[in-house]
Design a protein around this ligand. Structure first.
Ligand code: ADP
Length: 444
């Protein structure tokens, strides 16, 4: 390449020297050099025109071989041709990758939707048309929230928190239950994956109904059995002595069953009933005071020390019965599992994320590896300890559900031999001051 350039320069110098010599011989060097320069320019202009014509003809078609050229022009023609071929090959490769990606997503059962940074639909596969009713090309660049209009979806989409998926029925076929999962990528673009979970949803509903129905059906027979056992035990003097102990054990077990059924029914109601829209402003201090009194009553014989620390100005927007059930579960657990004479504290503080209600104790504590599993149904750290205290293994599952229905979560920290803290974290939009609570009561 460099040699092409050097030989072109060398040739040019030789031509000019020859022209000068010829001009000197005929006695008109300037004229001869001028004539030579004009011929040289005409040659290069012709080459430029060939290049121009070739590029123009190639603009919209497959690159044709370049015109024949010698020296530096030959190198330029071949070089441009090579670059054109390379670009065309790269483009073909890219197109085949895009075709393959579109073909494979097209065959997916799952809807795949690409959303631009301006929230308009950019691309979607056939499953998206089937599950969400998107029509091509009519809906291209339409805002996604104009096409999936469910308020739940709009809130989910606008908040931008996509840690957990959203379950919603299909906007075109209400019998289909869909799961929406969104991820952000690039510069504000989003990828939305939508899965048909109707079958799973039906099974889940069947499971919930089954647990609810079985618990409901078992409640009456167990109440009758417990009632008869209680009456028999009240009339102990007329029972043969060898029946005394078995009857007591039967009574204890039937009571345990009653508690399990009660907790299963509570859980089933929390799962199947949607969260109430009619929420009241609950004064936290009086709620915690009632719970403290109940727990004190239960643990009377253990002589435990109960403390309460809560600002009387704190109010919470929520379902009072559900909140009572959740926090009293924590307080009763603390009383149940803490040794006689131990101390238990109920407190509530505002923090950066909203409100934190904590039940702490100086009881036996829980080993770290149990903590992530504590809210699972029937999970117990120590089977014997839990059955001794009449536990059902469902209390913390109820707490978790109630908090989720209030937009919050349960945070557990514990040290073996030192004690445990069970904290209910609730979002800021649930917290009210006394003034806000009074204003709310007036408008309600
Ligand atoms: P249970 O009805 O058995 O108390 P929960 O779901 O309320 O069921 O609690 C699950 C398990 O967590 C209990 O079996 C117990 O081992 C443990 N646990 C709960 N609270 C405490 C506490 N304050 N201190 C120690 N262990 C606790």
């Amino acid at each position: 390449m460099l040699s092409d350039w050097h030989s072109a320069l060398k040739r040019l110098t030789l031509i000019f020297l020859a022209l000068l010599l010829a001009g000197w011989l005929v006695g008109a060097p300037a004229l001869v050099v001028l004539a030579g320069t004009i011929v040289y320019l005409i040659y290069h202009l012709r080459q430029l025109r060939r290049l121009y014509n070739w590029l123009r003809d190639n603009q919209n078609s497959e690159p044709s071989p370049p015109p024949e050229g010698r020296g530096i022009w030959g190198f330029i023609f071949d070089g441009i041709y090579l670059l054109q071929r390379r670009e065309r090959d790269a483009l073909t490769h890219l197109r085949s990758i895009i075709d393959k990606a579109q073909e494979s997503t097209g065959a997916l059962e799952m809807a795949v939707v690409m959303i631009s940074s301006k929230n308009g639909l950019e691309w979607w596969n056939p499953a998206a048309s089937r599950l969400l009713g998107f029509q091509s090309p009519k809906d291209r660049n339409q805002p996604v929230t104009n096409l999936v209009r469910e308020p739940q979806f709009i809130t989910y989409y606008n908040t931008g928190h996509f840690n957990s998926p959203l379950k919603l029925s299909s906007p075109v076929n209400p019998t289909l239950m869909l799961e929406f999962q969104i991820t952000s990528f690039g510069e504000g673009e989003r990828l939305m994956l939508v899965r048909d979970i109707s079958q799973l949803h039906r099974l889940e509903m069947m499971r919930k109904d089954f647990v609810g129905n079985v618990s409901h059906e078992l409640r009456t027979p167990i109440t009758v059995i417990t009632g008869y056992l209680e009456t028999m035990l009240d009339d102990r003097q007329n029972i043969p002595p060898r029946w005394g102990r078995p009857l007591e054990q039967m009574y204890q077990q039937s009571q345990r069953m009653e508690h399990i059924i009660r907790d299963l029914l509570t859980l089933s109601q929390l799962e199947t009933r949607s969260a109430s829209k009619q929420l009241s402003a609950v004064q936290l201090q009086s709620l915690l005071r009632d719970i403290k009194q109940d727990a004190e009553q239960i643990s009377q014989a253990k002589k435990q020390i109960f403390k309460l620390d809560c600002d009387p100005d704190l109010y919470i927007r929520g379902n009072i019965n559900e909140l009572y059930s959740a926090i009293s579960n924590l307080a009763i657990n603390a009383a149940k599992y803490t040794q006689p004479g131990g101390s238990i504290e109920l407190s509530a503080v505002r923090n950066a994320n909203g409100l934190r209600i904590t039940v702490s104790d100086n009881g036996p504590g829980i080993d770290a590896h149990h903590i992530p599993r504590l809210t699972e149904r029937f999970y117990r750290v120590d089977e014997s300890r839990s059955t001794d205290t009449g536990g059902t293994g469902l209390g913390l599952a109820i707490v978790k559900h109630v908090l989720a229905r209030h937009g919050g979560f349960l945070d557990i920290s514990s040290k073996v031999g030192k004690g445990s803290q069970f904290s209910c974290q609730l979002p800021a939009d649930r917290v009210l001051t006394a003034e806000q609570a009074t204003a709310r009561a007036k408008t309600d």
